[in-house]
Design a binder for this molecule. Sequence first.
Ligand code: FES
Length: 111
Amino acid sequence: MKVNISAVGQGGMVEVLDGSTPVLIANVGGNFYAVGGVCPHMRCRLAKGTLSGGTVTCPCHGASFDVKTGKILSWVTSMSKDLVKVSQLFGWAKDLKTYKVQVEGDFLELS
Ligand code: FES
């Protein structure tokens, strides 16, 4: 999939579709990263959240993820620690899929 590089300004993020699958592309310090665009908690779109440094925070219940690795940094902020552990045990608290991003001229190539 190719995305025009101008769509993702410095410190910004944008959602694109890979077929019907939302993908989040983030520009962190001039480097581009792409991860799954849907929060694994209740499927909110991460592009509607906030990006701070390399961390995207879900707009719905505050889970946060590292856009460089897709790893969960914090799970749903309103959950008790016990429920967070249960969510992790049952695999509900999943990391985001990551995509390889290459800059080719004015475009980002995702694979
Ligand atoms: S949907 Fe993302 S934290 Fe709930």
